[in-house]
Design a protein around this ligand. Structure first.
Ligand SMILES: *[C@@H]1O[C@H](CO)[C@@H](O)[C@H](O)[C@H]1NC(C)=O
Ligand SMILES: [Cu+2]
Length: 312
């Protein structure tokens, strides 16, 4: 009994410390090194109070470092935010080098036009959403699960129609594994300092404020994900796309290329006989869990009534 409770405390601790940081930015063939042009914290913890100023560009419990660098980006180009468990995690030194697979949820990206990207705090109005991916009920897959499979690379297309100049690029993911009660969602975000050039327009997207864009009661923030979901509502404003009617864009703009994964498909649960064993750190049980109940690697350990996980 004693041994078991000690073990589960250790297992929970190792799970809850497997957070993440947007630590590097890939632009073309260049991967800017850790913290270059990005305000990274040394601690990889989340923001859980959506009403604090720290929901803009992190801070508070995770003090961020400043950077004097600004990263040049072309309008219309797709850049990749690199998510890593810690600032020193690599695929070869950390088994959970992106984020623990229990951390299911959406990915998003926002821009804010600023006068000086190295000093603007990001707090307040001016943010517009340029990328979002949520949950696909037909495959029962979350954006963060795809992000892990994609080695932590989060693709974000800089709209071609926005004005040239300096922006803060806020890449975000939300982990919903404990989001069943208010304040349980874990928000991860960092802000990169970028300089956009080569744009074709001067679009004026409708903007929102951080804090302000999210409420604790949003259906995509407080949600029990350990049930069959037929849809998921990504938090925040509608996605901005060029030609979508915000600002002086021309009708000849190309059709939007950044679209959220469709959430319209009807859910089709795989017959249990075809469910593959879960990978190490994957979910293997819990109330209403319809996925794998065995582990390809490790042993299935109960973490709570809602969540069992494959652990070594
Ligand atoms: C932004 O890019 C433009 C075009 O390359 C350049 O002229 C300008 O100096 C850059 N600004 C900063 C702050 O890097
Ligand atoms: Cu975490």
């Amino acid at each position: 009994m004693k041994y078991q409770s000690l073990f589960s405390v250790v297992a929970l601790a190792s799970t809850s410390s497997a957070h993440t940081i947007f630590s590097q930015l890939q632009v073309g063939s260049t991967t800017y090194p850790v913290s270059y042009g990005i305000r990274t914290p040394t601690y990889d913890g989340p923001i859980q109070d959506v009403s604090t100023p720290y929901v803009a560009c992190n801070g508070g419990p995770n003090p961020t470092m400043s950077s004097s660098n600004i990263i040049n980006v072309k309008a219309g180009e797709t850049v990749k935010a690199v998510w890593r468990h810690t600032l020193t995690s690599t695929p070869s030194n950390d088994a959970v080098y992106v984020i623990d697979s229990s951390h299911k949820g959406p990915t998003m990206a926002y821009l804010k036009k600023v006068t000086d990207a190295t000093t603007d705090t990001g707090v307040g109005d001016g943010w517009f959403k340029i990328q979002e991916q949520g949950y696909n009920p037909s495959t029962q897959s979350w954006a963060v699960t795809d992000l892990i499979a994609n080695t932590g690379l989060h693709s974000i297309t800089i709209p071609s129609c926005i004005a040239d100049g300096q922006y803060l690029l806020r890449a975000e993911l939300i982990a919903l594994h404990a989001a069943g009660s208010p304040g349980g969602a874990q928000l991860y975000m960092e802000c990169a300092q970028i300089n956009v050039s080569g744009g074709s327009g001067n679009a004026k997207p409708k903007t929102v404020a951080f804090p302000g864009a999210y409420k604790s009661s949003d259906p995509g923030i407080t949600i029990n994900i350990y049930q069959t979901l037929s849809s998921y509502t990504i938090p925040g404003p509608a996605l901005f796309t060029c030609g979508a009617g915000d600002g002086p864009t021309t009708p000849s703009d190309p059709t939007p290329t950044t679209l959220a994964t469709s959430t319209k498909a009807s859910p089709t649960a795989a017959p249990s006989s075809t469910v593959k064993p879960a990978a190490l750190y994957g979910q293997c049980g819990g109330v209403n869990w319809k996925g794998a109940t065995t582990c390809a690697s490790g042993t299935c350990k109960t973490q709570s009534e809602h969540y069992s996980q494959c652990l070594m």
